[in-house]
Design a protein around this ligand. Structure first.
Ligand code: HEM
Length: 390
């Protein structure tokens, strides 16, 4: 039996890293039957896939993303993608959201800490990372009147459609209902924003004009759904995983406490070590090859960002979490034309989260009575991160 026919979904979900290590060594471009994808696992090859959209397109056929959200930037390439991205990008520039950490994120993080500081213990996922990323995203998008639980439900239901590769009509129905609900909720907001602009992402999507082009209402709705699905869980996961990473290395936590300028590096290293988003999924536009392995036109390829981030060809001792690592940037936010648009916001959130927690909760440490279980290969999340403080 080949490696690709032996790998199970359960194995990938529980801990994909030993499998990635074996694939990098023995079959760096490998069709994995259980997931129906060619997994590309080495650093150079993952870059090759992400940086060559003419050969490896994000506009897959069928496209679960376009079917569920409407045609959007993540599910498109070329001039169309460039046009949408150029209109959405300005809101994410430093000049536009540079004040977010102090004005928006830190106050929300502090308020959350106020709620549990007196308890001496909490779950950093449920009590902190989840509400923080939901509240920041709502505010950023301009949907602050939407309940957090509703935003989370939209995320889960839209994600059902995005992951519905088998085209199950029941799963699609759930996603389509959420999509209709988002459209209905957004309609009056867009209407108001077109008369009264403000500083939100939705308002920016309504008003930004590049080379005489604006987004249509359909494009605004479709891309808003990409932000909901891309911006909620992954940010929660980066906050939780990075805090778990540093707290499970007390000697490195000490280093960061004495040298706070290491915080950003410690967060980037956590994103490399346990990447919240595991893959970029693409489809070959013609016959091609990667690392000598022939791929037919129409092959579905997962460029495994999480594996590239542990490739021993690019990193020294890659299994080790090391806040002093200085080996260049990782691929947790992908690369090429689909490089994550929200990376700056996600980084701001995670840095502010660290700052507020380290300042407000002296003696912060993991609660060893509650094991942290991390699972998932396309999206990697801890079930909980229970902590105590002095
Ligand atoms: C830690 C948090 C995040 C991680 C790890 C992450 C990761 C990624 C990755 C890997 C991609 C590329 C996917 C591919 O190549 O197929 C991507 C794209 C994208 N992300 Fe993020 N993301 C995060 C947060 C956010 C946030 C907060 C937003 C927006 C509010 C966002 C919006 C987007 C958008 C719009 C794209 C598509 C860009 C394009 O197609 O040109 N992400 N993200």
């Amino acid at each position: 039996m080949s490696i690709g026919s032996e790998i199970t979904v359960e194995q990938l979900e529980a801990d994909p890293y030993p499998t990635y290590e074996q694939l990098r060594a023995e079959a760096p471009v490998c069709f994995v039957e259980s997931v129906g994808l060619w997994l590309v696992t080495r650093w150079d090859d993952v870059q090759h896939v992400d940086k060559n959209p003419a050969l490896f397109t994000g506009e897959t056929e069928p496209s679960t993303l376009n079917r569920t959200f409407g045609k959007n930037l993540l599910g498109s390439e070329g001039a169309y993608h460039a046009r949408i991205r150029s209109i959405i990008y300005p809101w994410f520039r430093v000049g536009a959201i540079g004040e977010y950490p102090d004005k928006v994120i830190s106050p929300i993080a502090s308020e959350l800490v106020d709620g549990f500081a007196g308890r001496g213990e909490c779950d950093l996922v449920a009590d902190f990372a989840e509400p923080l990323s939901a509240r920041v995203l709502k505010q950023a998008l301009g949907l602050d009147f939407v309940e957090e639980s509703t935003l989370r439900r939209w995320f889960a239901e839209l994600a059902e459609g995005a992951a519905n590769f088998e085209g199950d009509p029941e799963r699609q129905k759930i996603a389509d209902a959420a999509s209709a609900e988002v459209n209905e909720t957004v309609a009056p907001v867009v209407d108001r924003l077109s008369r009264e602009p403000n500083d939100t992402l939705l308002s920016s999507m309504v008003h930004t004009e590049v080379d005489g082009e604006k987004l249509t209402l359909e494009e605004i709705r479709a891309n808003l759904k990409v932000m909901i699905v891309g911006g909620l869980q992954a940010t929660t996961d980066l906050i939780s995983l990075s805090l778990w990473a540093i707290l499970s290395h007390p000697e490195q936590l000490e280093l960061v406490r004495t040298e706070p300028s290491l915080v950003n590096q410690a967060i980037e290293e956590a994103a490399r070590w346990h990447s919240p988003v595991g893959t970029s999924t693409r489809q070959t536009t013609g016959a091609t090859e990667i690392a000598g392995v022939a791929l037919e036109q129409g092959s579905l390829v997962a460029a495994v960002l999480a594996s590239a981030n542990r490739d021993e060809r690019n990193w020294t001792d890659p299994e080790r979490y090391d806040v002093r690592r200085n080996e260049g940037s990782h691929l947790a936010f992908a690369t090429g034309p689909h490089l994550c648009l929200g990376a700056r916001l996600a980084r701001y959130e995670t840095r502010a989260a660290w700052r507020v927690l380290l300042e407000r909760l002296p003696g912060l440490r993991l609660d060893d009575d509650h094991a942290v279980e991390i699972s998932g290969w396309e999206f990697r999340s801890p079930n909980q991160v229970r902590v105590k403080w002095s």
